[in-house]
Write a protein that binds this ligand. Structure first.
Ligand code: ATP
Ligand code: MG
Length: 423
C-alpha cells in the first residue's frame, strides 16, 4: 500500500463546480506539507452547484487531473480523499450521555458516544458525513475538550453531526470508483471543513471565525466558536452566477462572458496573508472593466449579504473575534477585501493563505481556489493514520507496524491522539 512506504504520499481529489483538482504531497511536519503533484481539469457540464450531474464527464475530468498530478509526483495515486460541496447538507448538535459509574473515561468510551450520536440521527449510515466532537461534560463539569483519564458518574458528549443527501453521495462514490480510485469509509469530506483545516489556527477557532469559500457554483460557510465547529452551510451561488449575469448584460455567450470577466478582473494571483490579490494583466478597455466590475460586485454583494444574514440568524456574528476568512476562486478579484469589509462590517475580513502550510515547487497551489484541495491533504493525514493503525492491528509485527507506531507518536489531530493512546 502506497502510504505505508517510507515517505507516505497523501492524495486528494477536490470536486469543484468549475474544476477538478488532484493534489499529492508528503507530510513534512504537523503544519507543513510538501506538494509534489497538482493536476487541474475543467469539469465542464459534469457538476452543477457542486453536485455531479454527468458521471462520464466527471470521470474524464477526474482522470485528467489525477493523471497530471501522478505524473508530477512520479507515483501512481490510488487511495484518495475526496472533497465536495453539493446537495443538501444538514448539521445538527446532538447530546449523548453514557454512564461511567466512577470509573476512568477510556478512549473506547469516546468511540462509543460518537457511535451513539451517529445512530441517534436516525438516517441511513451512508448519509452521515462527519461526526465531530465539540466538548464533553463529566457530571457538572462542562467544556472539557478531552475527558480521557478523568473519572465521574456520567459522561456527556456534545457532538455535531453532518449529513448529506444519500443520492448525491452515492453518485459521488460511484464516480470515484469508476475513475479507478479507491475511496475508503470516511474519506468523503465537505469542502468548507477542508479549507478550514488548512487556513485556520487553533487560536482562530478558539476566538471565533467564519471561513467563506466563494467558488464557481457554491459559496461555503464554516463557523467555529470556542474551538469547535458551530455551523456549516452551502449556498448554491458563486462565480458562475456572475458570469451568467455578465452574459446577459453584454449579450454574449457564457464562455465569452467568462473570458471577458477573467480578463477584466485578472487571474487570481498569490495572496500573501491578509493582502488582496492584484490583477495580473492590464485587461480590456476601462469602460468594459467598469461594466464587469459592476455586475460582479452586485452578485458579490448579494452572496456576502446571504452569509451575513445567516451569521446573524444563527446568532454567531457577535462571537467571531477573528472575523471572516475568505477563500475560493472569486476572492482573486481586485478590491475584494474593502468590498467584503463594507458588507460584513463590523466583522474583520481577511483573505486566507495556504502559504505558511505548504512548500514545494508548485507555486500555483498557493492560489485561493486550491485552499480546499490542500486542506484535504491535511485531512487525509489525520484520517489515514487512523485507518492504517486499525489495519495494522491485525498484523502487529513487521516493519510497517513499527513505523506506524513511530508515526503515532508524532501526533496530528486531537481526536486521533485519543485513539492513539490505546493502540
Ligand atoms: N480573479 C478573479 N476574479 C473573480 N472571479 C474569479 C477570478 N478568478 C477566478 N474567478 C472565478 O472563480 C470561480 C471558480 O472558483 P473555484 O475554482 O474556487 O470554484 P470551484 O472549486 O470549481 O467550484 P465550487 O467550489 O463552487 O464547487 C469561477 O467562476 C471563476 O470565474
Ligand atoms: Mg471549490
Amino acid at each position: 500500500m502506497g502510504q505505508v512506504s517510507s515517505n507516505p504520499l497523501y492524495a486528494a481529489v477536490d470536486l469543484g463546480s468549475t474544476k477538478v483538482v488532484a493534489v499529492a504531497g508528503h507530510s513534512v511536519d504537523d503544519n507543513m506539507f510538501e506538494i509534489v503533484g497538482l493536476g487541474v481539469s475543467p469539469t465542464g457540464t459534469a457538476l452543477r452547484n457542486g453536485t455531479i450531474i454527468g458521471v462520464p464527464q466527471a470521470v474524464a475530468a477526474i482522470n485528467r487531473a489525477v493523471d497530471q498530478a501522478q505524473r508530477m509526483a512520479g507515483r501512481p495515486l490510488r487511495n484518495v480523499i475526496v472533497g465536495f460541496a453539493g446537495g443538501e447538507v444538514v448539521g445538527m448538535d446532538q447530546r449523548v450521555t453514557i454512564a461511567l459509574r466512577d470509573r476512568e473515561v477510556q478512549p473506547s468510551d469516546i468511540e462509543k458516544v460518537l457511535q451513539e450520536a451517529r445512530s441517534m440521527v436516525n438516517r441511513p449510515a451512508s448519509e452521515i458525513l462527519h461526526v465531530i466532537p465539540k466538548s464533553y461534560t463529566i457530571d457538572d463539569l462542562a467544556n472539557i475538550p478531552n475527558p480521557v483519564g478523568m473519572v465521574g458518574a456520567r459522561l456527556e458528549a456534545h457532538v455535531h453531526v453532518i449529513r448529506g443527501s444519500d443520492m448525491v453521495i452515492a453518485n459521488l462514490k460511484r464516480t470515484i470508483e469508476r475513475s479507478g480510485l479507491v475511496l475508503r469509509e470516511g474519506d468523503l469530506v465537505l469542502q468548507p471543513l477542508a479549507a478550514a483545516r488548512v487556513l485556520l489556527t487553533e487560536d482562530d477557532k478558539e476566538l471565533g471565525v467564519a471561513v467563506v469559500d466563494i467558488g464557481g457554483g457554491t459559496t461555503n460557510l464554516a463557523v467555529f466558536v470556542n474551538g469547535a465547529l458551530a455551523a456549516i452551510r452551502i449556498f448554491p451561488y458563486g462565480g458562475i452566477n456572475m458570469t451568467k449575469d455578465l452574459a446577459i448584460v453584454l449579450q454574449v455567450s457564457q464562455d465569452e462572458a467568462e473570458r471577458i470577466k477573467i480578463e477584466a478582473l485578472g487571474r487570481s494571483v498569490l495572496p500573501d496573508a491578509g493582502e488582496t490579490p492584484e490583477t495580473l494583466s492590464p485587461g480590456p478597455s476601462p469602460e468594459q472593466s467598469a461594466q464587469v466590475m459592476d455586475v460582479v460586485e452586485a452578485r458579490l454583494a448579494e452572496i456576502l449579504g446571504i452569509v451575513a444574514r445567516e451569521l446573524r440568524e444563527m446568532r454567531l456574528e457577535n462571537r467571531l473575534q477573528r472575523g471572516v476568512v475568505l477563500t475560493g476562486g472569486v476572492v482573486g478579484m481586485p478590491k475584494m477585501i474593502p468590498f467584503a469589509q463594507k458588507i460584513l462590517s463590523p466583522l474583520h475580513v481577511t483573505v486566507g493563505s495556504v502559504r505558511p502550510r505548504i512548500q514545494g515547487l508548485v507555486e500555483r497551489a498557493l492560489q485561493p481556489e486550491f485552499s480546499s484541495a490542500i486542506g484535504l491533504l491535511y485531512y487525509a493525514r489525520d484520517h489515514w493514520d487512523l485507518i492504517i493503525e486499525e489495519e495494522s492491528e491485525g498484523s502487529p509485527s513487521g516493519k510497517g507496524a513499527e513505523r506506524q507506531k513511530e508515526k503515532k507518536m508524532s501526533g496530528s489531530s486531537r481526536l486521533l491522539n485519543w485513539f492513539r493512546e490505546i493502540i
